[in-house]
Design a protein around this ligand. Structure first.
Ligand code: NI
Length: 163
C-alpha cells in the first residue's frame, strides 16, 4: 500500500470530470487500498479519486467505523437541509458551514461491481454528498457565498504561490 499525494485547491485536476469505473480488477482494488491508506494518513473521513489526481468515479469513506467504497455513485433522492461545518483534505485547515441534505438515497457499486441502493442520514449523508460532489467537479467552496468563496480562493492561491 502507498500513501498518495492529495491535491490541494486550486489544483486544476480537482475540476477534471471523473469517468465511470468499468473494470473491477486488481488495479481498482489496489487503488482503493492506497486511497484508504491516504485517507487514514491525513485523518480524513472520506477521499475521492480526483483528489489524488485520478479522474474516476470512486470514493472511500470511513466515518466512525462506517466503511464504504462507492464506485459510480449517484444520489437519486434527497430530503431536508442541514447547515454544519465541514472540511476537505483539498482545503487543509479550512472549515466552513455548508448546507447539505439531511437524508439521501444513493445508488452505487462496490469494489466487486455489486449494486447497492441505500438511504443514508445525518453526518454520514453529508460525507457522501461532499465526496460525490468531487466526482462532479464540485468543491466545498462552491457552496459558499460569492464573497466567502472569493476570499478563500485568494487565500488558497496565495498559499499555493508561497509553497
Ligand atoms: Ni473534499
Amino acid at each position: 500500500m502507498a500513501v498518495l499525494e492529495v491535491l490541494v485547491y486550486p489544483n486544476t485536476a480537482l475540476r477534471q470530470e471523473a469517468i465511470c469505473v468499468s473494470e473491477f480488477d486488481d488495479k481498482l482494488k489496489k487503488l482503493i487500498n492506497d486511497m484508504r491508506e491516504t485517507m487514514y494518513a491525513a485523518n480524513g473521513v472520506g477521499l475521492a479519486a480526483p483528489q489524488v489526481g485520478i479522474p474516476q468515479k470512486l470514493v472511500v469513506i470511513d466515518w466512525n467505523g462506517n466503511r464504504y467504497v462507492l464506485v459510480n455513485p449517484r444520489i437519486v433522492e434527497q430530503e431536508g437541509e442541514e447547515r454544519r461545518e465541514e472540511g476537505c483534505l483539498s482545503f487543509p485547515g479550512i472549515y466552513e458551514e455548508v448546507a447539505r441534505p439531511e437524508k439521501i438515497r444513493v445508488l452505487y457499486q462496490d469494489e466487486n461491481g455489486d449494486e447497492h441502493d441505500e438511504t443514508i442520514e445525518g453526518f454520514l449523508a453529508r460525507v457522501f454528498a461532499h465526496e460525490i460532489d468531487h466526482l462532479e467537479c464540485k468543491l466545498m467552496i462552491d457552496h459558499l457565498s460569492p464573497l466567502k468563496r472569493t476570499f478563500l480562493r485568494k487565500k488558497m492561491e496565495r498559499k499555493a504561490k508561497s509553497a
